[in-house]
Design a protein around this ligand. Structure first.
Ligand code: NAD
Length: 476
């Protein structure tokens, strides 16, 4: 059994804590008990991190791709060695089941290894010019990055925020969520132990608004990378605009799932139900609005409810658990509010709709049907273990519902018809579309949204290029 580690910030390669700093109590969401005290940055800490990031960028921008690749592959190897410890830390501070936390470690391993290769393929190009002239296009690292990662993927989010800038030759100041700090620190430690210079990547924590204003207001920072809610994302984009920063914004979603009358309903259910309740639904690409053709609605609904009832809810450290607690009290409160409001609007609650036990932040896997469009949950990202099932008459109505909201992150299509698959995939406004699958990510694939779900991509070559700027050099 891994004990929960001592918490600190990592600034300029040094662990920083104590010294009369304010602290944040980290809570195990399965028990509600405080498991750690996290030191929070004061302005002087942030200034030190900025100075280090500037120094780190001077060094790292000149590193060879082979040096960067060696650090990334070394860190991937260490993460694999430390997989069980890191996963247990994540489960203790975030709640998800251990198998889910282990997968997060593997996601980082895959991403770091991918970037180790990709950073050696940052090609420029030579333009065709008359003899005696030369014009080239080159890519350079954008500069120090301020990266803010949320608590829902406490290992994977920091991995994304660190991997791409480091591969590109940038330095990065990471502020991961104060609720799940130890997982982020464990990921950063792998990079440092693999030889990353201490100034290149640092971890600070603090009062989020203080940290983001301080870092984004500094002339040192050249890019903002944020994952979190649309509300906060819009606020941060405005702060970033004052310094004309590059931005990559991974914001909220309200995942539509279109289930057509020609779908393999059993396969759809066997795939989407576990996916719905993964991480207690606290996933930006979670399937949420099930837009089901009326001819298969009853079958889909009954199969969904049966499977939802069979999900075992419990402490993520318990091997029998298939769904852990929600990550914090804000989420259970949000579930009570949104489901209560849906009930008031006449929705059916076919299973769940209530908290489980009186310890920690457990919530029952929930299925709502016939939810009117003016219920809050039809418009606000629920970010919880709740599926909304509504029947529709035809493809046109289904696509219109999928596109009704200002979000556009992930969408899912279930149909056996090849033409329909392609047509609907084109029509749906989303950054990622899964056809008869919920697997919409991968180290080599761009991950990101459109509309209010944000802009820019993480992962894939696109995630690396998001940390690069272009320079055109002309010689006469
Ligand atoms: P929130 O919107 O306050 O926080 C979301 C994340 O942003 C947290 O990690 C937080 O530390 C960070 N944050 C908040 N204010 C910030 C600031 N001024 N500067 C920098 N970072 C800041 O609320 P929450 O209760 O943590 O989550 C609520 C909603 O956020 C969820 O319902 C969901 O819609 C969204 N969310 C999305 C993701 C995602 O993966 N896209 C992850 C977590 C939360």
């Amino acid at each position: 059994m891994t004990t929960y580690p001592e918490l600190a910030m990592i600034i300029a390669g040094e662990r920083v804590s104590g010294g009369g700093r304010r602290t944040h109590a980290v809570v195990n969401p399965a028990t509600g008990e405080v498991i750690g005290q996290l030191p929070l940055a004061d302005p002087a800490d942030l200034d030190r991190a900025l100075e280090a990031a500037q120094n780190g960028f001077r060094v790292w921008r000149k590193s060879t791709p082979q040096q960067r690749a060696a650090v990334l592959t070394g860190a991937a190897r260490l993460m694999l060695e430390r997989q069980e410890d890191i996963a247990r830390i994540a489960t203790q501070e975030q709640g998800k089941t251990l198998p889910e936390a282990r997968i997060e470690v593997l996601m980082n391993v895959g991403l770091f290894n991918f970037y180790a290769g990709e950073c050696q393929r940052i090609y420029g190009r030579a333009l065709v010019r008359p003899e005696g002239q030369r014009s080239t296009v080159t890519y350079e690292p954008v500069g120090p990055v301020a990266a803010f990662a949320p608590w829902n993927f406490p290992i994977g989010n920091p991995g994304r925020k660190l991997g791409a800038p480091i591969a590109a030759g940038c330095s990065v100041i990471l502020k991961s969520a104060e609720e799940t700090p130890a997982s982020a620190l464990a990921v950063l430690q792998c990079l440092l132990d693999a030889g990353l210079p201490g100034d290149v990547a640092q971890a600070v924590f603090g009062v989020p608004d203080e940290v983001s204003r301080h870092l984004l207001g500094s002339p040192v920072i050249r890019k903002l990378s944020f994952t979190g809610s649309t509300v906060i994302g819009k606020h941060l984009v405005k702060l970033a605009a004052d310094n004309a920063l590059r931005t990559t914004m991974e914001l909220g979603g309200h995942g539509p799932v279109l289930v057509f009358d020609d779908a393999d309903v059993t396969r759809a259910l066997d795939t989407v139900v576990p996916h719905k309740y993964r991480n207690a639904g606290q996933v930006c690409v979670s399937p949420t609005r099930f837009i089901v053709h009326q001819d298969v609605f009853e079958r889909f609904r009954d199969g969904f409810v049966e499977r939802a009832k069979a999900v075992t809810v419990g402490d993520g450290l318990d091997p029998a658990s298939r769904m852990g607690p929600m990550a914090n009290a804000r989420r259970t409160e949000a579930m009570d509010r949104l489901i209560g409001d849906a009930r008031t609007h006449g929705a059916n609650v076919l299973t769940g709709g209530e908290r489980v036990g009186n310890r920690g932040f457990f919530y029952a896997p929930t299925v709502l049907t016939e939810v009117p469009l003016d219920a809050a949950i039809m418009n606000e990202e629920p970010f919880g273990p709740v599926a909304i099932l509504n029947p529709y008459a035809d493809e046109e109505a289904m696509v219109a519902e999928a596109n009704r909201l200002p979000y556009g992150l992930a969408a899912y299509v279930w149909s056996e018809g090849a033409r329909r698959q392609q047509r609907v995939a084109r029509e749906v406004e989303a950054g990622m579309v899964g056809i008869n699958t919920t697997m919409i990510g991968g180290a080599d694939a761009p991950f990101g949204g459109v509309k209010w779900s944000g802009h820019g991509s993480e992962d894939g070559p696109e995630g690396l290029h998001a940390c690069l700027v272009i320079k055109a050099i002309h010689e006469g």
